[in-house]
Design a protein around this ligand. Structure first.
Ligand code: A3P
Length: 305
């Protein structure tokens, strides 16, 4: 597929399968562009998620961790106050999709920090062969599903009308939602993290919520920029977590009324940010259906979501 022009839209009802995963036509063209053109560098950090797993939050946290030396002492000029986490940490897919010419990603300052929803086995070999670090964030599939349903309806509000909950659930459980099957997406990275723990860190949204301090330190260690003694005492971690908290980010003008170059409104990324909100939207039976599919598909993987 050629790179498709933006006007053809993210809002689409068609979905295509490629190498075991499902994509809208625009995303598929950028996935292919990623495979062909993305050259990983040893210093790269890639944040990977299935859609609606908490990408925005972890983008902000990783940006703060990696740039904290330059940003210390100038909190009032912090880039997150005026720029969306999605602009500071671009998706590889949208970089390659929005440009009609392949952008020069090599010109980004090192360490480059990108996010992606790409399944593990679709990465170009340079990702696997280089020393770059991968951070994977997964989330309880029921919350992920509900979050996705809301997001899909926001996108459709620009064109194709609301997606019935049952229809969306059906697609999720069949594995045909964008970047699905969800269980294969998660398992690909879980396996990679067991095989290469020094290169792939596997995190859960719920753990990040429960003990964010521990995870900021863990991330800094993993990325090779551990917090120093002084930082551990001077409130650096508290500062990062305050800056990246749901309430702080959601309240910022840029995240309330901004629009990304993809046409997506920035406020769509900040809905509730809670664990267990699925209970307010899907029936117990629907929840059990998701549980059954996950148990069946992840049987023997050692991973429970
Ligand atoms: P909900 O729809 O359940 O509220 P992604 O960033 O991968 O698109 O995921 C979006 C989900 O992460 C949304 O979940 C959103 O509210 C939540 N989220 C965004 N920012 C967050 C933050 N700072 N802390 C916790 N959750 C956040």
């Amino acid at each position: 597929l050629p790179l498709l022009p933006r006007e053809k839209g993210w809002i689409t009802t068609s979905i295509y399968q490629y190498q075991g995963f499902w994509y809208s036509p625009q995303i598929l063209s950028s996935v292919l562009a990623c495979q062909d053109h993305f050259q990983a560098q040893d210093t790269d950090v890639l944040l990977i998620t299935a859609p609606k797993s908490g990408t925005t939050w972890l983008k902000a946290i990783l940006f703060c961790i990696l740039n904290r030396a330059e940003l210390s002492g100038s909190m009032q000029h912090h880039p997150l106050l005026t720029q969306s986490p999605h602009n500071l940490v671009p998706f590889l897919e949208s970089q390659l999709y929005l440009e009609q010419e392949i952008p020069n990603l090599a010109s980004f300052a090192s360490p480059r920090l990108f996010a992606t929803h790409l399944p593990y086995h679709l990465f170009p070999t340079s990702v696997k062969d280089s020393g770059c670090k991968l951070v994977y964030l997964c989330r309880n599939p029921k919350d992920t599903f509900v979050s996705f349903w809301h997001f899909a309806n926001k996108m459709r509000s620009k064109g194709t009308g609301e997606m019935p909950l049952e229809e969306c659930l059906d697609a999720f459980c069949r594995g045909t939602s964008p970047f699905g099957p969800y269980w294969d997406h998660v398992q690909g990275y879980y396996k990679a993290s067991s095989e290469m723990p020094e290169r792939v860190l596997f995190l859960r949204y719920e753990d990040l919520k429960e003990d964010p301090h521990v995870h900021v330190k863990r991330l800094a260690d993993f990325l090779g920029c551990p917090l120093g003694k002084q930082e551990l005492m001077d409130g650096t971690v508290d500062g990062i977590l305050r800056m990246c908290s749901f309430d702080s980010l959601k309240a910022l003008e840029v995240n309330k009324s901004g629009e990304l170059s993809t046409g997506i409104e920035t406020n769509w990324f900040f809905r509730k940010g809670e664990v267990g909100d699925w209970l307010n939207y899907i029936s117990v039976e629907m929840g059990e259906r998701i549980d059954r599919v996950m148990q069946e598909k992840m049987h023997g993987s050692g991973l429970k979501l």
